[in-house]
Every structure is written in C-alpha cells, then in structure tokens.
Design a protein around this ligand. Structure first.
Ligand code: FUC
Length: 835
C-alpha cells in the first residue's frame, strides 16, 4: 500500500461505515455461535463473533471430514434377510418385518469437522462506545467497529474465492494505536510452527472416525489412529501478516503486532482430500504444497486487488436476482435483534422478508462453489467434532432442500457441487444395491457424507428402521440431475453424465418393486421417513409396504427417465417398461378424513403432526399432484397439510411454505414464512420447541440447520414463479402482503430468465430473456392487453415442459387464468407490457 494515500483511504472508510451499516447489523458482539456471522467462499468458512477484547474467528474447510472411503460390504450377512422381511410383510407381520429389516444395516457415516480458531486479542481497559458489527450481503463482507478512548477501531473480514484466502483487515483511526495478538488453536491434534516471515502454520489430522452425536455406547466415540494409514484427513492452515505499518513478532504462541495503524492478516487452509474413493492419508493430496501456493499467490496481491476481485466474483452470482416486496420504513434501520422482535409483534416488514430471501442466496454462494463439495446440514459452518447428526448429508429431505433454490434463483452453477457429488454416492450405491439386496443399479439410504456413504446406517442392527432403512435416496437425488438439465439445457451434461446415473437409479427401483396381491407394483419394505403408523389392530410400527412417498419417488425417477430418454432419443425399450410400471404403480389414495393417505392402508399416525410430510413429495418437489392437473388429489393434499398443522421444526416449516405455494395459497405460505422468521434462542437439539430464526438469521431446527434457510428462499421463489406444470406460471401464490413488488432474474425451466413487476396483485410488465429459444407458455393472473400475446393453443411444443399425463389428471394447466404462447429465439429479450 502506498503510505501517502493511507490516511485518506482510512478516513473515507470510516465515513462510509458510520453511515452505511448493512441491514444485518447489531449493537453488541455475539454472545454465542448462533449470534456470530458466517462468511465463506464455498471452501473456507468463518464465523465471526465481533468481540472487542478477544475476537473469535471459528474456521472451517469444506473437505475436512472424519474417516475415509466407505467399506463396500460392511455386513455380508445383510443380503440374506430381504426375503424374510418381504414374507413377514406379506403376512402383515409388521413387527417381524421391522426386526428382520434391522439386520440389513451397515455403518454410520462420518462427520464434518472444524478446522480451528483464530483469536485476536486487543487488550482494552476502557469500555467501547459506538459499537456495531454487520454482515454486508452486497459485498459478502463482515465489519466490526467501535471506539475506545477516542480511537475508532475497525475490522473488515471476507473470504475470497478467486484468491482462496480469508482476509482480515484491522485499523485504528489514530496512528500507531493498533495493538493486538493473533493466536491459533484446533480441537484436533496439531503441530504449530513458524513457517515464514510473520507466518504461523497449524498442521494436523482430522479423526479417523467420529460417531454421530446420538450414538453413545462406544468408549471412544472419536479416535484419530488408523493402523492401516488410510484414514485421518491431514490439514495445514496458515495465518500470515500480509502488511502492517506496526512492529511484528511471531512465535508459536501467536503473532503480535504493536504500534500499528493498519494490519492485514491472511488466513488459508488446505486438506489432503483427494476424492471420495481415495485414502485421505496414504493417498492424500499434498496439503502443504496447496496451502503454500494459495498463500504465495494472495500475498503477492494488494488488499485492494484481492477485495476487488472478491466483490466482482461474488456479485457475479448475487446481482443476478433482485427482489423488492415493498418498503419497511423505519424498521429497515433497526439492529437485527430489535427488528426480529418487532416483526414477531407487528409483521409488516417486507424488506426483512426480501432480505431473508437474499440471505439464502448469500449462504448458497458462500457455501457452494463449482468444483467443491455440496453444502452439508450446516453448510460449511461447524465448530464441533461431533456436530448434530454428524453435519452430514441427510437425503430423506435435508440435503436436497439445500439445493432447491439453486436453479430458480439463477445459481445453476452452484447446483453442480451437488450433482457432481452424486456420482460418488452412486458408485458406492451400486455396491450397496448389490451387497445388501442383490440388485442392479444404485441407491443411497438416508445418510451420506463426503465419502458417498450409501448403506443403511445403524451400526449393523442398532438403528431404527424408521429412518435407517429408507432406500429411496437414489430416486430423490436423480431429480436434481434432471432439473439441472431442464433449467440449463446442457445436452452434453445430460447425455454423458446425468442420464446414465438417472437410468441406473431407475434400474434399482425396477428391481426393488414387487407386485402386491392386487397386481400393483409396490415397494416392500417401505417407510415414510420418519413417521410411525398404528394399524387397525393397534400395532405401532414404521415398516410396511408402498408408502405414498415411495410411490411418488418411483413415479418421479421413472417419469424423469422417460422424458430424458426421449430428449436423447435412446432406450426406447426401457421407456416402455417404465411407462408400464408407472401406469401400474400402487395408486395414490384418499383416506377417510379426505387426506392424501401416507400409508398403504388408511392407518392413523402415531404423531399426526409429525415434522416430516414425506407423502407430499408428490406435490413438492415432485410433480405427481398439482392444482392445475389433479384438483381432486390436490384437495386431499391440502387436507393432509391441515391435519399436519403449521407447527414443526425449521426445515419442516420451510417445506410447508413450498407446499402451500404449490397449492397456490400465498397467504398460508406467507403465514408460515412469518413463523419461520420468529426469533428463537433455543440452543442444542430440541426440536420439540419448534423452529425459527437465530439472531444471525440462521434457521433453527433447533439446532441450527441450513436447510431451513434454503427451503425458505426456495419457498419465496415458488410463491412468485413456478414452471413444473407445463408452463411458466407467474405469481401463482402471491400473498396479500406482497400486493406490489418486482423481481429481476428468476429462472424458469427451459432457460427463461424472468423479470416482472406487479401492482395490486396484477402483473404490469414482464421481461423474458430466452437463453435456449423455444415456446414460452405463460400463465398470468391477469391479461396484459398491450403485450400482443397469442392465446395458448394445444400442447406446449417446448420439450422442456413435457409433463407426464397420469391417471389422476382431470384438467389441463391451460384451462384457467390467462395463458399465452410466446415464440422465442435464443438469446433474445422480450418485453411484455400492459396498456
Ligand atoms: C432427519 C430429520 C431430523 C434432522 C436430521 C438431520 O433425520 O428427521 O429432524 O433434520 O434429519
């Protein structure tokens, strides 16, 4: 940095800071982790507490997990038990079926690990004034600022993706007044060394194994030794003073800086992770070389250049979408704690609701970057060696929910972390299908991890089949493979990557289906995660046959493979088989209460308000049932939701927002969004207390689970645009509270990018950017008389909009509302305006 410019730049920054605190701001430091603020670049994550005397930066690196490649056949005995399970189910002996099924279990997954902490000690005697900290979503930067004895101290923190470093800049408003030390620690065994001028290194290893937090019978739930030399991921992270005008001393107790006005610290990390099937230790990458390369590159650049590149890179994603739902007036300037409290009392803060939508996009950009691995239960932010549910991938809802906003919110590239990861899970899933069931294709059960674990977990018989033995993960994951194609139109990706995986997931389902006495194809065994039924004889169990969720998932993967094979003009034979199976799947049923039945029979639920509403997969994210095609079954789905009630944990509420949006009830979706934003302080694993939002806007299951944030963001998008029903449906579930607003940049299937403005519930202007060309069939809540649109005719010729016509369909999407066709050309923009 050029010394002569320094004071001007510093004062300018203070001026800006003092008047432009970002909407997410606070007047006090974080009291706990759920008040700390997350920053990240997909790979490196930091939670910043904003403390005055002892700032805590809690660090993560997305590939630091316990364990190593999965054991492919951990329970060779499992294979022989399937016939006994099926026999018991034929006899309706659900108790026996469950006992036998429990014998078909393998090992638990591994756990996502923290990297360690940087502690910044600034020993002040006096109390600070004018304290604030904020998280600026426009620039993906966190600030902390306060004044002590006339000196204003500030800290700026961001994580750069282009330069792969965490940057912390500390300043004092008076020359030479900045004094601090930076020390490091890690929960793992480590070696601390001075590795260069003003540079500290932390080298260590993640555990060779970590039990899930709910497994409490092993004497050593976490261990680091692996005699075979395979497991135990190595890490190396560094803290370096890039520039300062002060005096620096460094030893293994930390780095001290005195009499400075400014100091810039760079922190970066690397692990030896070398892919899901490579031993992280013996076959690992050279983490030392990696971390040194990152640091060398970043050190050579000025802070201004690093910052510029970071902001440009982040905004490339973030600026694609802009949502305005109305003005909040004074409320918009309140600190977040006061603002959430006010919102709980009065509601009416549309800018907060739009901010929550943006926060979900921010979290996805900060936790998922192309080439990396997918966001886990906590994204990339986790301080514990035994985090809740191992902070892994839970495929019976949570892992998928993380990626619901990706396509519609115009972040398609970020979806690829998830779609890429599926190949590894499918590879182990092939072994699981073969070794546990003697079947072809692949599947994943309800838990997975960075190693692509796919077996039914439970430590060979200790887990409950109500969750451990759900075998439908392959079908659900395949939906993401398909949707990434339908939005992007990337033919090569479909042909070479997605389709073979989808086809083989369908192959597993073909093998897995059996015929019931009535000649219908059913799944047996079958669960409805993680609910329990009570039979007419009073038997309380979880394992039966043909749950509605299973049937809806099989329908989904089969119909997606049918469409995909049509696109690619391949596998005509297979298509015929799948079409036949779809026609003869065990049917959807409406129960005596008028609800969509969850079970094969019209049984009661042990917990009628269970947080999982798995059977409504058929409504969202599935396309089996819809108000535009299957109104009778839509009414039944609505009844199911009414019986389930509006309660529930974080992600459960978020899922319900998506359901109500798909049922075109915007006011109900909005009511649940308001509940999702309810401020909670409940820590620990206590989901009986219901979900809400922590002070840092993380979603509370509780504990924190990021799926609820992402599901909230996708729910808001589903209220504004839907394209799963054979057309682009604009404002399908607009709540009264959002009568006037606009959005820029949402995506619809078939590569349409949509901007729209609406007033008093009526669309006034739509701008469509067609990225792939083709017919854009639009359904609007009102006519747009000035727009010279053709009324829709016949079937939508756009093949991305093909919908499988199932036997429950009694109406067409075109039969209500204002439906038009617009022929588009690739890369052209169409402006549609009313008079
Ligand atoms: C499923 C849910 C739990 C939790 C866990 C991560 O098992 O039933 O509520 O979200 O995943």
């Amino acid at each position: 940095m050029k010394k002569s410019l320094f004071p001007i730049v510093v004062y300018l920054c203070f001026f800006i800071n003092a008047f432009a605190q970002a909407p997410i701001h606070y007047k006090q430091p974080a009291r706990n982790w759920n008040e700390a603020l997350p920053v990240g670049n997909g790979r490196l994550g930091v939670m910043t507490f904003g403390r005055v005397n002892e700032e805590l930066l809690q660090l993560n690196e997305e590939t630091l997990w316990s364990g190593g490649p999965v054991e492919k056949n951990p329970n060779p005995d499992a294979l022989k038990h399937l016939p006994a399970v099926r026999e018991a189910l034929n006899r309706e002996d659900y108790e026996m079926a469950s006992k036998e099924l429990q014998k078909i279990q393998g090992l638990y997954t591994e756990a996502y690990q923290p990297l360690g902490d940087v502690l910044i000690k600034q020993p002040f005697e006096a109390q600070p004034t004018a304290y604030f900290r904020d998280l600026d979503l426009q620039n993906a930067t966190a600030h902390t600022q306060f004044t002590i004895e006339g000196v204003t101290y500030s800290r700026e923190l961001f994580v750069s993706a282009p330069d792969q470093v965490i940057v912390l800049r500390l300043t004092a408003s008076q020359k030479g007044k900045l004094n601090f030390s930076a020390s490091t620690r890690s929960p793992h065994p480590f070696l601390k060394q001075i590795t260069g001028k003003n540079e500290l290194s932390m080298r260590g290893k993640a555990p060779a194994h970590a039990d899930p937090n709910y497994v409490n019978y092993n004497a050593k739930p976490v261990y680091y030794e692996d005699p075979s030399g395979c497991k135990g991921m190595r890490f190396d992270w560094r803290v370096k003073v890039q520039t300062t005008d002060g005096k620096v001393t460094a030893d293994t107790s930390g780095i001290s800086i005195s009499n400075a006005t400014e100091a810039i610290l760079l922190v970066t990390a690397a692990t030896s992770f070398n892919g899901f099937d490579k031993c992280p230790d013996s076959q690992g990458r050279d983490e030392k070389a990696l971390v040194e390369a990152y640091l060398k590159r970043a050190s050579a650049k000025s802070m201004d250049l690093i910052r510029k590149a970071h902001i440009a890179d982040y905004r490339k994603y973030f600026d694609r979408v802009k949502l305005t739902l109305g003005q909040s007036g004074e409320a918009a300037h309140l600190p977040m704690d006061a603002r959430l409290a006010r919102y709980a009392q009065l509601g009416n803060d549309p800018e907060l609701e739009a901010l929550y939508f943006d926060f979900g996009r921010y979290l996805l950009i900060s936790s998922s970057r192309p080439g990396g691995i997918p966001a886990n239960l906590q994204g990339i932010w986790n301080p514990m060696t035994r985090p809740p549910w191992s902070s892994n991938y839970t495929t019976n809802i949570n892992a998928e929910m993380n990626y619901w906003p990706a396509e519609v919110a115009n972040l398609s590239e970020l979806h690829t972390t998830f779609t890429d990861w599926i190949a590894g899970a499918a590879a182990t899933g092939r072994e699981t299908a073969k070794n546990f069931y003697g079947m072809k294709g692949w599947t994943v059960h309800h838990n997975s991890d960075i190693w692509g674990a796919s077996n039914p977990v439970g430590d060979k018989g200790k887990g409950s089949p109500s969750w451990a033995n759900w075998a439908m993960g392959g079908a659900w994951l395949s939906q993401h493979l398909w949707e990434h194609y339908v939005y992007s139109g990337d033919e090569k990706y479909l042909k070479n990557y997605a389709y073979p995986l989808m086809r083989d997931a369908a192959q597993f389902c073909l093998d897995w289906l059996v015929k019931d006495a009535g000649g219908n194809w059913i799944t047996s065994p079958s669960t409805s995660p993680e609910n329990v039924f009570i039979t007419e004889k009073g038997i309380t169990q979880a394992v039966s046959v043909a749950t509605t969720m299973d049937m809806a998932l099989v329908y989904d993967v089969f119909t997606n493979v049918i469409h995909a094979s049509e696109h690619l003009k391949v596998d005509a034979e297979l298509r015929k088989t799948l079409e036949d199976r779809v026609q003869h799947l065990f049917p959807l049923q409406i129960g005596k209460k008028g609800n969509l039945q969850e079970w094969y029979k019209d049984w009661e639920d042990q917990d009628p308000q269970h947080r999982h509403v798995s059977h409504l997969f058929a409504v969202h994210p599935g396309r089996y049932i819809s108000p535009l095609r299957t109104p009778k079954y839509t009414d039944a789905a609505r009844k199911t939701l009414e019986i389930r009630g509006d309660g529930g944990t974080g992600w459960s509420k978020s899922w319900k927002i998506n359901f109500w949006a798909r049922l075109h009830d915007g006011n109900h979706a909005h009511k649940l969004l308001q509940e999702l934003l309810k401020l909670t302080g409940v820590e620990g694993t206590d989901y009986a207390k219901g979900g809400g939002t922590y002070l840092n806007l993380f979603c509370a299951h509780p504990p924190f689970q990021i799926d609820g944030n992402f599901g909230g963001t996708s729910g808001i998008a589903e209220m504004l645009i839907q394209s799963q029903d054979g057309l682009v449906n604009l404002l399908p579930a607009l709540p009264d509270a959002w009568a006037t607003g606009n959005i820029k940049g949402l995506k619809a299937r078939g590569g349409f990018e949509i901007d729209m403005t609406w007033k008093d519930g009526k669309i006034t202007r739509v701008i469509i950017k067609s990225l792939l060309g083709g017919n854009c069939r639009l359904k609007l809540p009102n006519a747009l008389p000035g727009a010279k649109l053709q009324p829709a005719k016949g079937k939508n010729p756009n093949s991305f909009y093909a919908v499988f016509e199932n036997k429950y369909q009694t109406t067409t999407p075109e039969s209500s509302g204002f439906v038009y066709d617009l022929t588009t050309e690739k890369n052209k923009i169409y402006i549609l305006e009313g008079n």
